[in-house]
Design a protein around this ligand. Structure first.
Ligand code: SF4
Length: 352
């Protein structure tokens, strides 16, 4: 088993992850969209399963070069809300701080796939970081800073500690939330030094783990998450609904339960964004709502994420889960019809 990150189709072929006859076609995909598969992820892939849900997330597919007309390079419209390089200020009380455009793995469905990787945008320089801190300190309405990218946990712990410390020094910033795939895709990098770098007096740190299949919560990943939570850092999850990966109720339920077992509160289930060349991985909103309905009936409330859509163009994120209640005409506007998790209909308040 390999102990280095695989970064080319030839390396994937040598590791038994792609057949030799596909290398020419996949080289074309890799020339357009960067590839990286860590040892932990390579180990999780079942080489005997042509539809392996881990492989589907990380191994290039010729379908990535079949772009659909409604797909966009910046599908959620970050750039329209960027007052300073690395900052996205879309909602009043929080900003994104994008420090780095590199990741330990490259997901084939990534919504920032045109920006991440060696051919993408450059990580923030020290000067640009100063400008970002200045923007944050000059906007007292900013209560939360979401550190994202790329994957911020790729930064050296000393630099990450400096970033968290600088944000903590801003009086009105109370929450620093870091979005990462690292505990699942490279659990060995969640060292005591890195965990220590995530905390600073004056601010509460949250870590949001991106994982899409229960197998990603391997024993090593669970131990890495425990190191974070044991340090007093609460964790949240985010998952992308992906066709052939987690779009069935058993898999999605197992994933959400695995999060909760790891003391990670399920937070978002994202409907996949309209990123270029990702149509083969998208399922429909109707299918997503149906999954959420089935989950509500059979899995603990602790395990329920909010199903959300980022409206293309930058209009923001909205919940799109199934609706259980609708108003009925009673003349006064106080009557509702409520649907149970099993589909039964009830009046609220009950009719006499
Ligand atoms: S880790 Fe996040 S930013 Fe990086 S490739 Fe995957 S989805 Fe994109």
């Amino acid at each position: 088993m390999t102990n280095t990150t695989l970064r080319s189709i030839a390396q994937l072929r040598d590791a038994g992850l792609v057949p030799a006859e596909q290398t020419a076609a996949l080289d074309k995909v890799a020339a357009r969209y960067v590839v990286a598969i860590t040892p932990a992820i390579a180990q999780l892939i079942d080489r005997d399963d042509p539809n392996d849900p881990i492989a589907r997330q990380f191994i290039p597919d010729p379908a990535e070069l079949a772009w659909q007309p409604n797909e966009q390079a910046d599908p959620i419209g970050d750039d329209a809300f960027s007052p300073a390089e690395g900052i996205v200020h879309r909602y009043p009380d929080r900003v994104l701080l994008k420090l780095i455009y590199a990741c330990p793995v490259y997901c084939r469905f990534c919504f920032r796939r045109e920006m991440v990787g060696p051919g993408g945008r450059r990580s923030l320089t020290a000067d640009k970081r100063e400008a970002a801190y200045r923007y944050i300190s000059q906007h007292p309405e900013i209560w939360e800073v979401i550190v994202t990218g790329g994957d911020p946990l790729l930064l050296p712990p000393s630099l990450l500690g400096d970033v968290v410390g600088r944000l903590a020094a801003v009086d009105h910033v109370k929450i620093v939330r870091l979005h990462t795939r690292m505990p699942a895709v490279a659990p060995e990098r969640i060292t005591a030094e890195l965990v220590e770098a995530l905390r600073a007096p004056g601010v509460t740190t949250y870590v949001a783990l991106h994982a899409n299949h229960p197998r990603e919560l391997s024993p090593a990943a669970r131990a890495a998450c425990a190191r974070i939570v044991d340090a007093g850092i609460p964790m949240l999850s985010q998952t992308v609904l992906l066709r052939g990966v987690n779009d069935d109720v058993d898999t999605l339920s197992a994933l959400m339960r695995a999060f909760v077992e790891c003391r990670i509160k399920p937070y978002y289930l994202h409907h996949p964004d309209l990123a270029p060349g990702t149509g083969h991985l998208r399922s429909s909103i109707a299918a997503g709502q149906d999954l959420m309905r089935q989950m509500r009936g059979r899995v603990s409330g602790l395990c329920q994420p909010t199903y959300v859509l980022d409206i293309p163009g930058g209009a923001g994120k909205v919940p799109i889960g199934p609706n259980y209640i609708s108003a009925t005409a009673d003349g006064a506007g106080h009557a509702y019809e409520v649907r149970t998790i099993n589909g039964g209909l009830h009046a609220y308040p009950p009719r006499r």
